[in-house]
Each structure stands twice: as structure tokens, then as C-alpha cells.
Ligand binder design. Structure first.
Ligand SMILES: Nc1ncnc2c1ncn2[C@@H]1O[C@H](COP(=O)(O)OP(=O)(O)OP(=O)(O)O)[C@@H](O)[C@H]1O
Ligand SMILES: [Mg+2]
Length: 336
């Protein structure tokens, strides 16, 4: 049995490991339609040892932003920097980058090949990157860090012989084997049972504490963000509309959209806010504040009383800086 190392807390440092600067990603519209502005001006920093949750409803651009940070999508405007250097989208440096920043998908999305053993699944990254050291030791170490112990017992198993939680751990081991500095996890536990979900989240937290790993966790589950993240970024129609320390944003949300998202959680006090208006469409981003047509504060007359209703309809609140401080892109919140 490999002993679990003691937990040493790693405090996030102030310099960003990964940064998005004014990142835009537009997909060309079909049949003469306007471009879909999936990511429409995002600044976001992720520091070493920090877990950032990216939350927002379906279609708001979370996966597109995550893929852009991974170097899988080239931004149509803006740039991504890692360790202070701009990301290049071809050649050798991209391959090196893909080692340092790993994607963790949820297993049911098909990230594990049913015909590959656990050993081969975890070793795949090493082989792609031409690892020269002891492959077996690296695979065993990664499985063990992902909580599959003793690792040798899992080497020759196939995905269908494992539980959902164990399969997710294999996926995480496959990312860890390359000793990355940052994980990007897109809905890592969405399809797991509640108890298993807690275990996987605890694992991600332990990796942060023991290895100083940073993570961007993409989720539409605010409860998950609460349990795991240091910081949260709330995305609406291609923009981050509110960001800050997780406790601050989730206990005292300032943006009407964040307030609406929180109001529908089962444990939320008061009546749920049902957003009216059409679901957001990135090929038709409203002028003014992009949320204004669905905003309960504008519809309820509160923005009018605060003297900002005209601004809500006509003036873009702008792009928030990604430096980690608490910020909100809302005329009404700014006027309070
Ligand atoms: N390759 C593509 N071509 C055209 N449009 C795209 C493409 N990928 C994404 N989109 C559009 O960009 C917008 C953002 O999609 P994205 O998958 O990033 O959202 P998401 O927040 O991850 O949603 P979900 O929570 O459902 O995973 C959507 O309107 C989507 O239809
Ligand atoms: Mg997605």
C-alpha cells in the first residue's frame, strides 16, 4: 500500500499561471446568419494552486472558453498566456503546452476506450508525448494519486469492470500521469451519483493541496462550485458578468443573473426568480447590457428607480478584469 502523503496547504500565489486577455471566439453563421459570438470578450486569470469554477447556463460559452484556454480552439481575437508567455497554436510549443495543461472530461462522454485496459488508458498520454522514463512507475504513481490503490490491481482491468467513480478516477489519472500544472475539468461529475461526486471533488481538492495543481472547473452546478472553488466566474452569453471569491459571490451575489441562478437552488430562501424573455442566442447578442431583456431588476422597475434603466438598454457594462478581485458587470449593481 502506498501511503498518502501529508496534506500541505498551498496558498495561491498572486501571479497568474493561465490568463485570458479579451478573448473572443466567433463561429461563422450558416446560410448568411450572423456569427455566433460564443466567447465575447473574456479576461480570466487562474493562479497557481487556485481552483476557479466557471458557471453559467447551457450554451453560454463555457466549453468554448475552456477549449480556447487548452489551445484546442484559436481565439478570433484576444490572447491566452501561460506562465507569462502567449500561447502558440501550432508546432512544438503547443505540444509542450498540452502536457502542462490537461483536460479532464467526464467518462460517460466516451473519454475511456472500452477496449483499452486501465494501464493503456493511463499510459496513452506518456506514449503520445514520448515519455522516456519508467512507464510502469509513472502509471502506478498516477493511479495512486487518483486514489486507485494499490495501483497494480487496476492495471489489467477494463472500464466496464469498474464503478462510475473508479472510471472517473482513471480519467483523472490519465491527466495526472503527465504531471500537469493545471487541469481543465469540463463538468467532471455531472453524471455521477451524489456520494461519488463528493469523493471526486475531494480528490480534486487534495490534488490542489498536495501537488499545488490549479484547476478550472466548468459546471452549471453552483453547489459544486461552492464545494470546490476558491473563486467563481459567472458567464452569461459569452461574457463573465460576475466574479470574485466563491463565498462572496455565492452568499452575496450582486448581478441579477447570479441572483436568479442562486434563487432556483433547492436550499435558497425566498421565491425562485424565473427569467423571462428569449433564451440567449450568441448570434444575436442584445445591445446595452446583454442580460437586459431578461433582467428581473429592469423588468421590476428597480433599475428605473435607481436611474440606470436607460444605461441598461443602451450601454455595455464592459469587460471585467480577470485578476481575481470581486467584480460585477451591471449598471444597477454599480449604482447601489
Ligand atoms: N463548433 C461550433 N460551431 C458553431 N457554433 C458553436 C460551435 N461550438 C459551440 N457553438 C455555439 O457556441 C455557443 C456556446 O457553446 P458552448 O458549448 O461553449 O456552451 P456551454 O456553456 O459549454 O454549454 P453546455 O452547458 O450545454 O455545455 C452555443 O450557442 C453553441 O451552439
Ligand atoms: Mg459545455
Amino acid at each position: 500500500m502506498i501511503p498518502t502523503p501529508p496534506i500541505a496547504s498551498v496558498t495561491p500565489t498572486t501571479t497568474a499561471l493561465l490568463s485570458a486577455h479579451r478573448v473572443h471566439v466567433a463561429f461563422p453563421g450558416r446560410h448568411g446568419a450572423s456569427d455566433a459570438r460564443a466567447v465575447d470578450g473574456v479576461d480570466l486569470d487562474i493562479r497557481r494552486g487556485e481552483i476557479v469554477a466557471l458557471v453559467g447556463e447551457s450554451g453560454c460559452g463555457k466549453t468554448t472558453l475552456a477549449r480556447t484556454l487548452l489551445g484546442l480552439v484559436t481565439p478570433t481575437d484576444g490572447r491566452v498566456t501561460f506562465d507569462g508567455r502567449p500561447l502558440e497554436y501550432s508546432g512544438h510549443s503547443l505540444k509542450a503546452y498540452r502536457k502542462r495543461v490537461q483536460l479532464v472530461l467526464q467518462d460517460p462522454s466516451g473519454s475511456l476506450n472500452p477496449r483499452h485496459t486501465v494501464y493503456d488508458a493511463v499510459a496513452e498520454g506518456l506514449r503520445i508525448h514520448g515519455h522516456r522514463g519508467d512507464e510502469q512507475a509513472a502509471v502506478a504513481g498516477a493511479l495512486s494519486r487518483a486514489g486507485l490503490r494499490p495501483p497494480e490491481r487496476f492495471f489489467l482491468r477494463y472500464p466496464h469492470e469498474l464503478s462510475g467513480g473508479q472510471r472517473q478516477r482513471v480519467v483523472i489519472a490519465g491527466a495526472l500521469v503527465l504531471e500537469p500544472e493545471l487541469l481543465v475539468a469540463d463538468e467532471p461529475v455531472a453524471s455521477l451519483d451524489a456520494s461519488v461526486r463528493g469523493e471526486i471533488l475531494a480528490l480534486l481538492l487534495r490534488l490542489r493541496d498536495e501537488l499545488g495543481l490549479s484547476a478550472l472547473v466548468v459546471t452549471h452546478d453552483l453547489g459544486l462550485a461552492w464545494n470546490i472553488a476558491d473563486r467563481v466566474a459567472v458567464m452569461y452569453l459569452g461574457r463573465i458578468v460576475e466574479t470574485g471569491p466563491v463565498e462572496q459571490v455565492l452568499t452575496a451575489p450582486r448581478h441579477p443573473y447570479t441572483q436568479a441562478l442562486l434563487s432556483v437552488l433547492p436550499e435558497a430562501p425566498g421565491d425562485p426568480v424565473v427569467l423571462t424573455g428569449e433564451p440567449p442566442d450568441p448570434s444575436r447578442v442584445p445591445s446595452g447590457c446583454r442580460f437586459h431583456a431578461r433582467c428581473q431588476i429592469l423588468a421590476g422597475g428597480e433599475a428605473e428607480r435607481a436611474g440606470v434603466a436607460e444605461a441598461c438598454r443602451t450601454r455595455d457594462p464592459g469587460i471585467l478584469t480577470g485578476d481575481g478581485t470581486a467584480q460585477v458587470a451591471c449598471h444597477w449593481a454599480a449604482a447601489r
